[in-house]
Write a protein that binds this ligand. Sequence first.
Ligand SMILES: *[C@@H]1O[C@H](CO)[C@@H](O)[C@H](O)[C@H]1NC(C)=O
Length: 312
Amino acid sequence: MFKTNYTELSEFVFLGLSTSRPIQHFFLAFSMVFYVAIVLGNTLVVLTVAFDPHLHFPMYFLLGNLSFIDLCLSTLTVPKMISDLSSGHNTISFQGCVFQIFVLHVLGGSEMVLLIAMAWDRYVAICKPLHYLTIMSPQRCLLLLSSAWVIGLLHSVAQLAFVVHLNFCGPNKIDSFYCDLPQFIKLACAERHIMQFMVTANSGFISVGTFFLLIISYIVILFTVRKHSSGDLSKAFSTLSAHISVVILFFGPCIIVYMWPFPTFPMDKFLAILDFMITPILNPAIYTLRNKDMKVAMRRMITQLLKMIKMS
Ligand SMILES: *[C@@H]1O[C@H](CO)[C@@H](O)[C@H](O)[C@H]1NC(C)=O
């Protein structure tokens, strides 16, 4: 057996979205505006759900938890990207990179399970309205949410268990603005193909499987609505089509990033913007602002917050 001399990499360099200064300025302004909107919108949803007793129902807990995950998902990547763009200092430590991958997969995995739980919640509400409160009890809701987090954690541990023992011998350049498995594995000295297969088998399979499960559930809901009450069809259709567009926007990038057979698909990093900046803003807008009770509660919350600010 020969002994290989691996130089330990202590940090990675992000190549970012573009090397052109004007385009970097554009992305800087764009991501700052979007990040502020994401933080304000999602924090407002989380606070409203947590503090408004009128909203202590399973559906709102699901929405609150979705906003919380979106907020974390953006905060994991966007502030680092903003600071890189403004300082020009684009490095991340090895531990930082592994941490980003780990948390990203916990959050991403949990969000996928949560979206399934929300589709199921809509299915019960629309197709079995009389049994809604017994089927969707607070205990069942808590069970759904805990399993979302546990599945996210297991998925992430299962992914990282395969890559932690990889050796990195350089180059240390990541052609993106955040760390994720496809780019990370590409930099390993050996076993790249096996690892790529593991990522496709795990993350790719989960993304595609969840996506089809969600699309099929929405089709089932639509057919059920059409069979039972033709009058409600257009309202249900507009709600469900909003949900379906979020699902496509969220899963499209995941599926392409993890399933694409060529590891250097140059659009990956731009597609990732959809998941870190566009869906986190669309989720509160689509799932929450279309709901009347939620809108009323949010207005109450804003009034109270403003009063508190004025008094202090
Ligand atoms: C998430 O769901 C749990 C349990 O149903 C609930 O108690 C909690 O308030 C929710 N979290 C948010 C941020 O809405």
